[in-house]
Design a protein around this ligand. Structure first.
Ligand code: GDP
Ligand code: IMO
Ligand code: MG
Length: 425
């Protein structure tokens, strides 16, 4: 029996992780977020009804399933409380089964201010962050001056910590950026109110997860962003500020690496990216426009149009390696239904895998072309129904990356999938 299954993105995010987590939660006891923050936007569609989750694990729509936010997640309390209230307003029971790690770093208002000021200062060279304060909060964690959820719960301790850290950040906000410093009283009073709202949900998540494992429960670990946005292995500096790869499922939750027995890599049948940075297979022609239109490629968090391009197998293979992928789930195959010809990037020419920004800029993608099937695969649930041309693309992905394709997603709804090998069994 599997103990825990990690689900993560193998590209630049928005691969369809939320949909697959929700689907597989049917057979899980708990779902855990272990990195990232409310920069994530995970879309769930159940009987035509759409829910977008940012911080709350994508298991929340399955009754009775426990949802954990681990120590590796940066938590913005205002966003979290809003998300809880929105879900509760639509009848979902949240507070009785959502648990928050007391060790998780808090995203404070000055982190959001700093994120936005820095991006504005960079102008054309901006990373294109979500402006949610993700980077500055992780920086404070690493600098050992961050405020943790557990600190929020103690008014006196919070006062002391906040006094020092706000003095430091206000100095930068005022003297480096020439912007308005934040008011201590406002930040402090607001944090105290938020602490009261979340207090009862804050626990020792690591201890509870090991309790689940000891009982033989199944855990689903839900990644955010994608492997090419990883702070170490991604297209640095155009990345997010956490490790988005599978090791994070351990460090960001407190599970041991040997507690993880399956890593499911989610990959779109093409590629998208939001924000700035390298994207070797990006398309600027009508094929790119067709992918964007058919895939409805707009950010689930910021609403920005997503850049679109062909599937990059060189990047995917690297993601398979750094994550130790057990099986792949290819999503949005149906988006390719209308294409006469489909390209897959199989080489970066004589370029080795880039390790620095300037190296990414000189990558020249080499493609292999495949005939399209030009018929509908939307909603298919059986591999035997898949057109031969689509099957050969799946076969090629497997042989190129060395990872088996265990699932294929054929539409946004929870039930639109072909299951080849169940990661949960
Ligand atoms: P996540 O961040 O990885 O959870 O992905 P997002 O929710 O940001 O973006 C994925 C988008 O694709 C959402 O709008 C999903 O509803 C949609 N989607 C997921 N799987 C499929 C699929 O197989 N086919 C189609 N057409 N849409 C899909
Ligand atoms: P999900 O979980 C796509 C991108 C931003 C920007 C970069 C850094 O829905 O796949 P940040 O705010 O994290 O400092 O921004 O990372 N980014 C995402 N792109 N999907 C996401 O999450 C993303 N989260 C961050 O667009 O380029
Ligand atoms: Mg998303």
């Amino acid at each position: 029996m599997k103990k825990s299954v990690v689900i993560l993105g193998t590209q630049w995010g928005d691969e369809g992780k939320g949909k697959i987590v929700d689907l597989l939660t049917e057979r899980a006891d708990a779902v855990v977020r272990f990195q990232g923050g409310h920069n994530a936007g995970h879309t769930l569609i159940i009987n035509d009804e759409k829910t977008v989750l940012h911080l709350i694990p994508s298991g929340i729509l399955r009754e009775g399933v426990k949802c954990y936010i681990g120590n590796g997640v940066v938590i913005e309390p205002t966003a979290l409380i809003k998300e809880i209230k929105n879900l509760e307003a639509s009848g979902v029971d949240v507070q009785s089964r959502l648990y928050i790690s007391k060790s998780a770093p808090v995203i404070m208002p000055y982190h959001i201010t700093l994120d936005q000021l820095r991006e504005a200062k960079k102008g054309k060279k901006a990373i294109g962050t979500t402006g949610r304060g993700i980077g500055p909060s992780y920086e404070d964690k690493v600098a050992r001056r961050g405020i943790r959820i557990g600190d929020l719960l103690h008014a006196d301790l919070l006062k002391e910590k906040l006094t020092h850290v706000l003095e430091y950040h206000n100095f930068v906000i005022k003297n480096y950026h020439g912007a308005e410093p934040l008011s201590f009283d406002e930040v402090y009073q607001n944090a105290l109110q938020q602490a009261d709202f979340i207090r009862d949900m804050c626990i020792d998540v690591t201890g509870e997860l090991h309790h689940h494992l000891n009982q033989g429960d199944k855990l689903l670990m839900e990644g955010a962003q994608g492997s090419l946005l990883d702070i170490d292995h991604g297209t640095y500096p155009f990345v997010t500020s956490s490790n988005t790869t599978s090791g994070s499922a351990s460090t960001g939750s407190g599970l041991g690496v040997t507690d993880i027995d399956y890593v499911l890599g989610i990959t779109k049948a093409y590629t998208t990216r939001v924000g700035g940075g390298p994207f070797p297979t990006e398309l600027f022609d009508e094929d790119g426009a067709e992918l964007a239109k058919r895939g409805v490629e707009f950010g689930a968090t910021t609403g920005r149009p997503r850049r679109c391009g062909w599937l990059d197998l060189v990047a995917l293979k690297r993601a398979v390696q750094v994550n130790g992928i057990t099986g792949l789930c290819v999503t949005k195959l149906d988006v390719l239904d209308t294409f006469k010809s489909i390209k897959l990037c199989t080489s970066y020419g004589d370029h080795s895998f880039p390790g620095a920004a300037h190296e990414w800029e000189s990558v020249q993608p080499v493609y292999q072309s495949f005939p399209g099937w030009q018929s509908s695969t939307r909603g298919m649930t059986e591999i035997k129904d898949l057109p031969a041309q689509a099957k050969s693309i799946i076969d090629f992905i497997e042989s190129f990356t060395g990872a088996p394709v265990h699932m294929i997603s054929t539409g946004p709804d929870r039930n639109e999938n072909i299951m080849l090998a169940d990661p949960m069994s």
